[in-house]
Design a protein around this ligand. Structure first.
Ligand code: FMN
Length: 317
């Protein structure tokens, strides 16, 4: 998720689930081919398995970027066919690619020819007022014929006119039944559903019919909501028994960020929801967000934040 799932965020999430597949922010082919590749692509070894999401619509450029993904050690490369933003529409990629399934197929083929990594596609169930199942079925069928075996389906339309990206994640209705229908029609494909899912029980219900679930906002805002994913969905031990344990490991990470001269606050913003739902969470968050403390070492801020969290006394603004 743009501005959210950077390498710091992914490091935090990896302290809470070892097995969920993590995705980068969308990186455009232009940014990768003409920009600072290290800044866009470097990640911590602990983040595996991690997928690079690309935005673009030129098969040759996407192929070159897929090669970079492999060289950098990513585990998967994903093509964004779901983003509705105006900027992305101007670049003629993202959700508007759903109207051009053959072009997406050409992109997927070029990427598959360029890399041994799995090439996957994230998309919507439709664009604008196209509500028919046949539209998304033909999209998936055409792209699958080019060799894509994994589809992550955000179960709502993208309305390309008149809605902001945020509204496009809230207003078009969720239609999970269309995603289930895709799985019935293409049982050989791996189909994952995305959109509006929060609790482990909701995830489990979807997994009765589908191969995977992608969680966006809930994982970001409530990172502890992932705490039992590994045991429940992967049959593996959960990496962290408590939020204290996650916080301690996260502080070690912040120390390293700070020692390398980078801003720990930039990383910390992704962890502000760690204590959500517990007494004192708001006070803890307030201390960590206090601009006046940003020049201190993270351990000193952590001391103050924990004291505030446990104090039961609101801190002065
Ligand atoms: C801040 C923000 C940035 C996002 N950026 C991306 C992105 O780069 N690529 C993408 O495929 N989806 C992006 N999304 C959409 C989410 O991946 C997801 O499809 C959407 O939020 C619905 O799932 P959710 O209800 O679990 O959040 C973004 C969402 C948010 C809130």
């Amino acid at each position: 998720m743009m501005d959210w799932t950077d390498r710091h965020c992914r490091y935090l999430h990896r302290l809470i689930t070892r097995h969920a597949l993590l995705y980068t922010e969308m990186v455009t082919t232009g940014a990768l081919l003409h920009g600072d590749q290290g800044r866009h692509l470097d990640f911590n070894a602990e983040e595996h398995p991690v997928a690079l999401q690309l935005g673009g619509s030129e098969p040759d450029d996407l192929a070159a970027c897929a090669r970079l993904a492999e060289r950098w050690g990513y585990d998967e490369v994903n093509l964004n066919c779901g983003c509705p933003s105006e900027r992305v529409q101007k670049g003629a990629f993202g959700a508007c690619l759903m109207a051009e399934p053959q072009l997406v197929a050409d992109c997927v083929k070029a990427m598959r020819d360029a890399t041994a990594l799995p090439v996957t596609v994230k998309h919507r169930i439709g664009v604008d007022r196209i509500e028919s199942y046949g539209f998304v079925r033909d999209f998936v069928g055409t792209v699958a014929a080019a060799g894509c075996e994994v589809f992550i389906v955000h179960a709502r339309n993208a309305w390309l006119q008149g809605l902001s990206p945020k509204e496009n994640r809230e207003i078009p209705p969720l239609r999970y039944e269309l995603v289930a229908q895709l799985k019935r029609e293409f049982p050989q494909l791996t189909i994952a559903v995305n959109g509006g899912l929060k609790t482990p029980d909701q995830i489990a219900t979807q997994l009765e019919l589908l191969d995977g679930v992608m969680i966006g906002r809930e994982a970001y805002h409530e990172p502890w909501s992932m705490a039992q994913w590994d045991s429940r969905f992967f049959g593996q031990p959960d990496p962290a028994a408590s939020r204290e344990q996650v916080e301690a490991a996260w502080l070690d990470y912040l120390d390293r960020v700070h020692a390398s001269g980078r801003s720990w606050a930039h990383a910390m913003r992704h962890a502000l929801g760690l204590w959500n739902g517990t007494p004192g969470a708001r006070r803890w968050r307030q201390v960590w967000s206090d601009h006046r403390l940003k020049t201190l070492a993270p351990r000193e801020v952590a001391r103050q934040a924990t004291a505030a969290r446990l104090s039961g006394i609101p801190i002065a603004a």
